[in-house]
Design a protein around this ligand. Structure first.
Ligand SMILES: Nc1ncnc2c1ncn2[C@@H]1O[C@H](COP(=O)(O)OP(=O)(O)OP(=O)(O)O)[C@@H](O)[C@H]1O
Length: 813
């Protein structure tokens, strides 16, 4: 027959493989003996029974696990494993799903530090004189070596091992991508055959072709759906890895979550936008890039090969040079999408941050009636974001016109030209040209042959154009990915810097006094007491600036049972002392000694603003412990009830509906109740030492006294920060800050000493003396008022008005 597909010569490799193995299996089965078959049947039966028993056990274990999960979820609780991992239970659909979280090993962080803090010089990310910023400002997010280094560094977190789950996901994704390419090839061939049969008027073949088309179509749809599904799975798997890694680095004993925005400042206001939005977009872009680059790449290889066979080397040269030309033009003319996206991310973050701030302080703003001011801030931020985005869209218009024209229309025209090669230049037209020459010798059917070859080639060309187009579109996607990559890399590098306390002095400059590059103090943990020796109290500034000295050199020691009151005017640095002992602020010079642990048997800090966590009522009392820790310590709800009663909050469990009630506690409890809840935490944890920063300022003085006495009875040594002199009676020592002319002096004295008593008596005598003069002052006051009541007119004195006369008369009486 004259009509032959140019592709028919290539036997379908998958079909051949399938036939070969089914034949092999059939032959093997025919050759087996009766005994072997019997043995096989027995083994099959045994495995079915074993499978059933195993399945039953698995099912009952799962049911028990679910019940336990539901109970623990209700209590906002989980399980702790011996290897340090935690099992938590999260609602999933109508049931509860179990999630095991393994903490990142400290060694992993150490190993990664090289990637994030010490990048190769060639990448252009090495700090140089700009170590204050990561990445340095001269590195623009875009398609460059810096992007490659950043992406590979993040990849080492997203795919930590070849044996990890993500590798499996990527492999199966890749398999489906290849399957899809193969199906496109089959579809292209089938398309040609159907048109050929239609033109030839062969009804049966035509119908058979349509049936095959539908079958392949449904399989192709399944493949497409799986590709999308696996892409989302890859994206969420990447996100899970990165989020857990970042959380482990962000929320740990080194207090990185505090230091990141209060001391380092490398990522601006906060990490929330980075961890939520930017990370999601990065993972989605990275996962889609795999298919948007991977699939077209496979398509390009396969289709180019097929077209090379069908249309000859001239066409292939044309196609390949077309790619290079297009890629060069688009790359030259594409705006810096990476940089644009990175800035957009930052602006989105600022806008979102303002909203979060308003939600957190809604009550305060409402009392002030500050809605219009807040609206101004929000509108201004949104306007800036809008302007930026409009700018991006305007830049995109020009690029999109060019991109569309080049990729859709000029490529199609080029495709027609290439498909016509076998017809007009058979000698240059590959297999198609040979076919053309053969058909020319035979009589009839030439047009039909051309038609089928053209349809097949045209479809291949379309798929190729589509693949090539997607590759080219990926240039833009890649640039945007570079922007997201830069944001996520910046976050992780900054976290590593905070974690490792890596603040090298800036080259060519001397570090400022009290800069993070020049921290020389020592913290000694494991001391039974609190001691500061020649420690300057310094309010830090964001790196690389130096901090502001509040107190030149403080030396204090607090032993067990010697309660200390820290007093002084506002802003002199009372809370700063607590921040330094807690490790929030650096110890620039001198020595700070404190107990090793925070919490039970160690030291606790109650901040000036009472904090209430999300979770149940129980969680509020036992914070920062969770329920698993509480059970581990062998503590029971009945003890919590007693603790609440001691803090004068015994009515709460009944009022709020039990220990497992979850509410927005910061809105439910009053100011005084919040402070008493914090005292309840102290009574629950029973630390040896406790800093209480204005912890009872909203509590009535009688209850305040009771709370202090209760804490002392429990053996807690109190270090109170307060301006209330009445609190002196519960303390042994008093540290007064902010003395002297410049306010950097301090005095440490025992309360109730002779010196102090003399001071009080002197004050009493002065007051008594003043009281003796009261009558004298009263008479003088009356005289002045009488004088003032007269109205002077130039030259004469008018009598006071009538109503004043009555008043002066009554006063005189
Ligand atoms: N995170 C911070 N970064 C830099 N400076 C800060 C920070 N927090 C507070 N300061 C500054 O440090 C100084 C001391 O603050 P601190 O909170 O210790 O005052 P205080 O004596 O406790 O005052 P108050 O009685 O009002 O609570 C203040 O001038 C304050 O502006």
């Amino acid at each position: 027959m004259a009509v032959q597909s140019t592709l028919r010569g290539s036997a379908d490799p998958l079909a051949a493989l399938y036939h070969q193995y089914t034949n092999l299996l059939r032959q093997r089965l025919k050759r087996t003996s009766k005994a072997t078959r019997l043995l096989g049947a027995c083994l099959l039966a045994l495995s079915i029974i074993a499978g059933w028993a195993g399945g039953k056990r698995w099912w009952s274990k799962r049911t028990a696990e679910k019940e336990q999960g539901q109970r623990l979820h209700r209590r906002n609780s989980g399980l702790k494993n011996k290897d340090g991992s935690r099992v938590i239970f999260v609602p999933y659909k109508d049931s509860i799903s179990k999630v095991t979280i393994h903490p990142t090993k400290p060694l992993t962080f150490d190993a990664h530090r090289r990637l994030f803090l010490n990048p190769p010089r060639a990448s252009g990310l090495a700090g140089g004189p700009y170590a204050a910023q990561i990445p340095p400002p001269q590195t623009k997010p875009g398609l460059n070596l810096a992007f490659l280094h950043q992406f590979l560094s993040l990849l080492s977190i997203m795919i930590p091992r070849w044996t990890s789950k993500e590798t499996g996901l990527l492999l199966s994704h890749g398999m489906f991508l290849m399957l899809r390419t193969y199906l496109s090839l089959v579809v292209a061939r089938l398309d040609g055959e159907i048109v050929r049969d239609l033109v030839a008027g062969r009804g049966r073949s035509f119908i058979w072709g349509i049936i095959k088309w539908c079958g392949i179509g449904s399989f192709a749809s399944y493949t497409n759906a799986m590709i999308k599904f696996l892409q989302s799975k890859v994206s969420i798997a990447f996100r899970t890895r990165l989020t857990r890694y970042i959380h482990d680095l962000y929320l740990n004993d080194n207090l990185n979550y505090y230091k990141l925005s209060n001391l380092d400042g490398g990522i601006g206001q906060g990490a929330d936008q980075f961890i939520t939005q930017d990370l999601t977009q990065f993972c989605a872009a990275a996962a889609s890039l795999y298919s948007s680059l991977g699939k077209p790449f496979i398509d390009l290889l396969v289709f180019n090969f097929q077209l090379y066979r069908a249309l000859g080397p001239l066409a292939l040269t044309g196609i390949v040079s077309n790619y290079f030309l297009t890629a060069t033009i688009l790359r030259r003319l594409s705006p810096p999408f990476g940089k644009l996206k990175a800035v957009e991310g930052r602006k989105e973050g600022d806008f979102r941050g303002l909203h979060a701030r308003l939600i957190a302080n809604a009550e305060e703003v409402a009392f002030y009636g500050g809605a219009s001011m807040e609206k101004n801030f929000l509108d201004r931020e949104f306007r800036s974001l809008r302007k930026w985005m409009e700018g991006i869209y305007t830049l995109k218009i020009r690029y999109n016109i060019l991109e569309d024209f080049v990729l859709k229309y000029s490529w199609s025209a080029y495709g027609y030209l290439l498909s016509a090669l076998p017809v007009f230049l058979p000698a240059w037209g590959g297999l198609g040209g040979i076919q053309e020459l053969a058909d020319a010798a035979a009589s009839g059917g030439r047009e039909r042959g051309r038609m089928k070859a053209f349809i097949t080639n045209k479809r291949l060309m379309l798929s190729l154009a589509d693949a090539g187009g997607r590759m080219m579109y990926s240039i833009k996607d890649l640039s945007e990915l570079a922007g997201y990559t830069s944001r996520v890399y910046t976050l992780i590098s900054t976290l590593h810097r905070v974690h490792a306390n890596a603040y090298p002095p800036q080259r060519g400059t001397n570090p400022e006094l009290y800069s993070l590059s020049d921290v020389q103090g020592t913290i000694q943990k494991g001391f039974d007491g609190v001691r500061l020796e020649n420690v300057p109290i310094v309010a830090p500034s964001l790196f690389p600036r130096g901090g502001e000295e509040l107190i030149n050199s403080l030396s204090v020691i607090v032993h067990s049972g010697e309660h200390l009151l820290i007093s002084g005017a506002n802003g002199v640095g009372k809370s700063a002392v607590a921040r330094i002992v807690a490790g929030l602020w650096p110890v620039y010079r001198g020595l700070v000694s404190r107990p090793r642990s925070t919490g039970t048997d160690g030291i606790m800090f109650l901040s000036q603003r009472p904090y209430l966590s999300v979770g149940t009522l129980r969680d509020q009392v036992i914070y920062p412990d969770g329920e698993p820790e509480m059970r581990e310590r062998g503590r029971r709800d009945i003890e919590l009830k007693r603790v609440l009663e001691e803090a004068r909050l015994g009515y709460l469990p009944d009022r709020e509906g039990g220990w497992d009630t979850r509410k927005e506690w910061k809105d439910v409890l009053s100011g005084g109740e919040k402070q008493r809840m914090c005292i309840a935490r102290l009574l629950y944890h029973e630390p040896r030492y406790a800093f209480i920063d204005e912890g009872t300022s909203a509590v009535s003085s009688d209850v305040e006294g009771l709370l202090y006495e209760r804490c002392k009875d429990k053996g807690i040594t109190l270090i109170t920060i307060s301006t209330r002199a009445s609190l002196k009676r519960y303390h042994t020592f008093n540290l007064t800050l902010g003395l002297g002319e410049d306010g950097t002096g301090w005095e440490f004295e025992r309360i109730g000493t002779d010196k102090e008593k003399m001071g009080v008596e002197r004050e009493l005598m002065e007051l008594r003396e003043k009281l003796t003069k009261v009558d004298e002052w009263k008479n003088r006051k009356a005289e002045i008022e009488q004088e003032l009541a007269k109205v002077w007119v130039e030259g004469e004195v008018l009598n006071p008005p009538e109503y004043m006369e009555g008043e002066t008369a009554s006063e005189a009486q």
